[in-house]
Design a protein around this ligand. Structure first.
Ligand SMILES: [Zn+2]
Length: 427
């Protein structure tokens, strides 16, 4: 079918369904799918996939099985069972290129509630924004994937190849959800992940590791404080020293393609701290939860070894012991090779919808695309709507941008897979 005809039919269907798309996005935001509590969110997704007529595959991810795989992330022992949901559309005969539309159901913690102006779980909307934890990262994208496929159906068309919709867990902490989907055999000729990327395409991202740095010292009564060794204070010395390693890694930006102009691509974030027992004892222990990043091409094993070597000098002081253990993400970075067919088509669809060229960006954070690219060699486009305050207070997604991205994704799916009139399906 002709480009103009298909693009008009599909974008009109996105337009016609858009009020409903906003309403569904709001409903999903109202379900607090925090880590370990994804079940109700996945129920919502499963029902939506069923309404699309997809074949459902819902399973509990088995982290024991993932242990042997590259980039296995040490799970949270308290997270409990976590399930992925996949919905598959299969044509009667494969005539086009297959596609995965992926999103993650998990959202990050809300932080102190009193710093939110909006209730993080209200899913409230203004004329311009939809608000809430996960609004941008990435429930808007997850629902957009469904409405992209819905638009193709509502235009009276059917994809000529397999389309796999995925809602995975653990994107914000280990990547084990997407890894489990790959291990289960899901692959395709291309994948698109509708993460909040401000209407741009991700060219490259960093690898990410979660590390727990544990310091043990010697507890003592403060009246003989010098007999003790303060694990918390020592942990800060170690942290300060790690900042020099962070600087050293950042100084190599120029030698990593796609990172040359990116300010501070490498970030060591102290995200959580615990230690000591109360104010009147010299603390004998301290744990720092660190998130560090790496350039593509630097393996997580190499990065971990370098961090361990760096902190080893702090073990020379016999009053303390310092250890570093993986405690979550153990991910490689990736680069999307420029100029592939998928990228060219996305650029064409974006230009058609937005009236501007598709920009490419480097994201100094983790993306599940890393697993698709590095494990299965699937060209993976990370492209999604404009957002503000993700992982912060009053997270919000732009409604106009969401509509534009949904149209672009729908067109991309239609032209990547190829479409035919619904009645021609069984010919
Ligand atoms: Zn995300």
């Amino acid at each position: 079918m002709h480009w103009d005809q298909v693009s008009q039919m599909v974008t009109e269907a996105v337009e016609a369904n858009f009020d409903q798309q906003i309403a569904e996005t709001q409903k999903l935001i109202r379900i607090p799918s925090l880590r370990g509590c994804e079940g109700e969110g996945q129920d919502f997704v499963e029902n939506a996939f069923r309404r699309l007529g997809l074949t459902i595959d819902r399973w509990e991810i088995n982290t024991e099985e993932l242990k042997q795989s590259r980039n296995y992330g040490v799970p949270d022992p308290d997270a409990g069972p976590q399930e992925n949901v996949v919905g598959t559309y299969r044509p009667t005969a494969e005539k086009g290129r297959s596609l995965i539309l992926n999103g993650h159901i998990d959202v990050v913690p809300v932080g102190p509630l009193e710093q939110w102006e909006m209730d993080p779980w209200s899913g409230s909307a203004s004329a311009e924004w939809i608000y809430g934890r996960g609004a941008g990262d990435m429930k808007a994208g997850l629902v957009a994937n469904m409405f992209a496929l819905q638009a193709i159906f509502d235009a009276g068309l059917r994809p000529r190849s397999t389309v796999i919709l995925q809602s995975v867990v653990e994107e914000e902490s280990t990547g084990n959800g997407a890894n489990a989907a790959l291990q289960r055999g899901y692959s395709a000729d291309a994948a698109l992940i509708s993460e909040p990327e401000d209407d741009a395409l991700v060219r490259a991202n960093t690898g990410v590791l979660w590390l727990t740095l544990r310091v043990t010292g010697q507890p003592a009564h403060p009246r003989i404080m010098t007999d003790g060794s303060n694990a918390i204070e020592y942990a800060f010395e170690v942290l300060q020293s790690l900042k020099s390693l962070e600087e050293q890694w950042n100084s190599q930006s120029g030698s990593h393609e796609h990172f040359e102009g990116v300010p501070r691509p490498i970030n060591f974030n102290l995200g959580k701290i615990s230690g000591g027992d109360w104010a009147s004892s010299v603390p004998g222990w301290c744990e720092l939860s660190l998130r560090i990043s790496t350039f593509p091409g630097v393996s997580p094993e190499e990065a971990l070894a370098e961090v361990r070597a760096h902190v080893a000098e702090f073990n020379r002081d016999s009053r303390y012991q310092v250890s570093v253990e993986p405690s979550g993400f153990f991910a490689d970075g990736y680069v999307l090779d420029p100029g592939g067919d998928a990228e060219s088509l996305l650029a064409q669809c974006h230009r058609h919808v937005a009236g501007s060229e598709l920009e490419t960006i480097t994201t100094p954070g983790y993306l599940d695309a890393s697993l698709f690219v590095n494990h299965a060699d699937v060209p993976t486009l990370v492209y999604g709507p404009y957002t503000e305050n993700i992982h912060s207070f009053d997270e919000r997604v732009s409604i106009e941008s969401l509509k534009q991205c949904t149209k672009t994704i729908a067109l991309f799916a239609a032209f990547w897979c190829g479409v035919e009139p619904a009645e021609a399906r069984d010919e």
